[in-house]
Design a protein around this ligand. Sequence first.
Ligand code: GLU
Length: 282
Amino acid sequence: MIRSETPTYRFAPSPTGYLHLGHAYSALFSWQKTLTESARFLLRIEDIDTTRCRKIFEQALYEDLSWLGLEWEQPVRRQSEHLPEYQSALDKLTQRGLIYPCFCTRKDIAEEIGQSGNAPHGPDGVIYPGICKHLTRSEQKDRQDSGASYALRLHMDRALAQSGTLYWEDLAAGEIRATPEIFGDVVLARKDIATSYHLSVTLDDALQGITCVTRGMDLFHATHIHRLLQALFDLPVPRWHHHELVRDDQGIRLAKRHNALAIRSLREEGKTPEDILNMIGL
Ligand code: GLU
């Protein structure tokens, strides 16, 4: 594990579409630190979701970032090439009794919530009502042996009992008390990909010695989970900068727009990298 003293920033896109102005903001914000703080700048490809990620978008993002003038260290870490590492982290949590298999479908969860008439919500929607939490070891094994697909969920209460109270530092918002319990028993390994954004991003940021995690405000709450995972795995704790999301003229978040202003369209229209910097206000 790198315990980095050199300021180290990263841009970690998922190649699910063309880079838009919001991505450019994230990437350029971190990149500019290499100039002002003599920091390292890393690019990481978050491509664990094979149903949505495409090689063509990965190739396009290298081209767009180069056109913007960014340079990054080689080799680029591609998460899809490290699945065994995520698996071994999950195995450690299993041995400590901190995760459990969940066989529920969306329908099972909706039915359970409908019956109980109680549906507390967290940042990602309804909180998992704990249906599979109380399965015995032999019930779990029977279902696994029958070939039923399952996700792995964190035992939030047990995890919190081990971690105690945690804090994290956001450059804009200051010291924040971590409240991962707002997510309930979050999924750490999806049924289809055997890892999750939360697990992979936390392990990789530590492994790559990231000292300041820069990303959009839409991922602010996810940091509560990442801070808890760092405590469980005894990982170094970076600082975070959650920046505002770039919006279009009508105030709609670019990431939500059907046809967000793609860097390559702007490039084809004749815009220069300097025009992009002006458009995002950097
Ligand atoms: N891969 C994520 C995305 O493209 C960003 C992850 C992060 O910066 O933590 O939305």
